[in-house]
Design a protein around this ligand. Sequence first.
Ligand code: EPZ
Length: 432
Amino acid sequence: MEVFRIQGGRALNGEVRVNGAKNAALPLLAATLLTRETCVLRNVPDLSDVRFMIEILRHHGARVETPAPGVVSVTAESVHPHTPYELVKKMRASICLLGPLVGRLKMADIAQPGGCVIGTRPIDLHLKGLSRLGCTMTQHAGYITVDATNARGGRVFLGGPSGSTVTGTSNLVMAAVLTPGVTVIDCAACEPEVVDVCVMLSRMGAKIEGLGGPTLRITGVESLRGVTHEVVSDRIEAGTYAIAAAMSGGEIVVRGAKADHLGAFLDKFEEAGADFDILDADTLRVRGSAGRLKPVDITTLPHPSFPTDLQAQFTAMLTLAGGASTITERIYPNRFMHVPELNRMGANIAVEGPCAVIRGATALSGAPVMASDLRASAALILAGLVARGETWVQRIYHLDRGYERFDERLAALGASVERLRQSAMPADLRGE
Ligand code: EPZ
């Protein structure tokens, strides 16, 4: 197990380029199963989740090569439909194989993903969509078997209690592109990562109308061709670096930060008093703003509203704002595992159901803390960058799922962040 040791109080200066988006790369890799021709993905982030998705594609029979950094070539000449539990349990996002298997093979036999610390993560909307295409589903021993022999285009409303479903929308599109007839998805997710999947499918020959909007119309085609596609840049990583700069002083330029994908985030970032400029469509410049941050109220909702994946990081920043901020989580009401750890560093955050009240400004002090999930890890590291003294962040494997070389890139900007073995921690500080 690895830990980060962080010495707080260093300003960040310089330039960082965000990588391709994890939440686009995973469904894009799955979508390569829809054709027997070769697909080449570029700007693929080097993340444990991505490496694992490559392992799953190979399990399904695809030939996968990584000829250069960030480049993944997939040729799925023949594919089998079984996705075993031992693979799915390691990464619940492997559920995004469901759509391509149904589209390509007219069947799937996939282990049902479990929940995780941020929520129960149901897939009822995914299955509702497939049933509207005429698929028959049976559930047995934790597996879902889908028979799409008689699938035809259909209409489905994909809205659930928290709005639409991101991977559910991608799954249904990936099933529908090779399903005869016309499929209409109402209340489709509009996240840029879903749009990126639709763009690649269209370039493979799929017929999809309404990209980026809440209603998608897909006309099934016989087959899809191979493609070369660049993964869209990661708006969540971009927002994370922007928050790091606002919290820790100095001035950084974030390349690949698409303002068009960060509307709600930048709106709240500005309201909170962060000092930033949009230099061009893909570039943000952010200056340290710790002394001028103001409290704001945030509610997480589906895109284009404020993204739940930036909630934990923004919470860390709001501990520095003078006054009371509120965060209401409408996507994952339990997504506050970072709060007790931030409070151990001196934050003053109270959680009541889906709401958190952050009372600042508090001077954070370094402490040994425990990462619990991907975005909570990032939040704790951001807090460590500004905390007085030394912070040890444990269970860094959570972070490596979604941030490539986060320690090295923060250190290159001037932070004091070291990746060490757990054994390097003073014995009395180890949390386990
Ligand atoms: C995607 O998860 C992202 N993961 C998540 O990012 C992100 O937090 C989430 O979308 C919301 O934006 C990937 O893309 C791999 P959902 P996904 O289906 O698709 C409910 C990160 O940190 N729901 O849009 O699994 C669900 O309970 C990760 O990078 C149903 O009720 O999320 C949740 O409340 C974490 N029934 C809401 O919808 C369903 O069938 C949104 O879920 C599906 C979902």
